[in-house]
Design a protein around this ligand. Structure first.
Ligand SMILES: Cc1cc2nc3c(=O)[nH]c(=O)nc-3n(C[C@H](O)[C@H](O)[C@H](O)COP(=O)(O)OP(=O)(O)OC[C@H]3O[C@@H](n4cnc5c(N)ncnc54)[C@H](O)[C@@H]3O)c2cc1C
Length: 235
């Protein structure tokens, strides 16, 4: 197993920062222990590309390079902190009013975690609902907590510009509003990180399988299941 970072866990290192996600943190520790028990060779700080000789010698290659945050070409996006950094480096969330652009599950989680630490958080979402694509059980658990911790929510608002002191958004009536912020977080979702995966697949097509978020953005359950199926197909 080759991991380019200094630790295992991938996106779970950021996904599992809130207290209410302690079970995801435990999952990473569980995997580390299983890898140890099974004597699996783990190489950290080891970024693999298509020219690495280990790939030539391998009987099978399973590529799971994951995903990276979407940073759309909105004016001022460079003023925003991306959602992964918002989770891992809370010190980047400067000031008392933190505005999240995009209201998917990861933004809701981070906004809640930050509000629980005493900051005012705001979510701007262009759809009619936040966490719109998530399971109703997640939503049922999340919504009362967002309300309890005073997270301000603007649905039907499309972010049009990010400034150092806030966000311009267009509401459902086409009117521009300005929402002030000390820090803006870009939480527009994730996209597959698959450049290397495609090159490896091109070079070693017959023995390569691409799984997890690198193939298509999904959740932990889907990524794990796909890894399991990939392993089942090995001779
Ligand atoms: C903020 C946030 C919150 C989330 N919350 C939840 C949640 O509550 N529940 C849920 O089910 N899902 C959640 N998810 C989604 C979940 O984390 C992902 O679906 C899952 O981690 C995908 O697993 P993966 O192994 O495919 O990719 P990743 O977890 O992205 O792992 C990919 C790994 O590959 C490494 N890598 C990349 N390129 C190379 C290379 N060339 N060589 C070597 N290593 C490389 C990366 O460093 C990384 O460690 C969340 C995601 C985010 C970002």
């Amino acid at each position: 197993l080759y991991e380019k970072d200094k630790a295992l866990g991938g996106q779970l290192k950021s996904a599992a920062t809130p207290d209410f996600k302690s079970q995801l943190r435990e999952l990473v520790e569980w995997y580390k222990r299983q890898l140890e028990l099974l004597n699996i060779e783990v190489h950290l700080n080891s970024e693999i590309n298509e020219d690495n000789p280990v790939l030539k010698d391998a009987d099978y290659i399973i590529v799971a390079t994951g995903a990276v945050p979407i940073m759309p070409e909105i004016s001022g996006i460079e003023n925003a902190v991306d959602i992964i950094s918002a989770h891992i480096y809370p010190e980047k969330l400067k000031g008392d009013r933190i505005v999240y652009c995009g209201g998917g599950l990861s933004a809701c989680d981070s906004a809640l975690e930050t509000a629980q630490k005493g900051k005012k958080t705001v979510i701007i979402e262009m759809l009619e609902h936040i966490a719109a694509n998530d399971h109703f059980i997640n939503r049922a658990a999340l919504f009362p907590l967002l309300s309890k911790y005073g997270v301000e929510i603007y649905t039907n608002h499309t972010v049009s510009e990010i400034k150092k002191d806030g966000v311009k958004a267009i509401n459902i009536d086409g009117k521009e509003v300005f929402i002030t912020a000390d820090t803006v977080v870009s939480s527009f979702g994730m996209k597959p990180y698959n450049e290397t995966a495609k090159k490896i697949d091109e070079k070693y097509h017959l023995k390569t399988r691409i799984i997890g978020d690198c193939e298509k953005i999904r959740k932990v359950g889907g990524a794990v299941r796909e890894g399991f199926y990939a392993a089942l197909t090995l001779d």
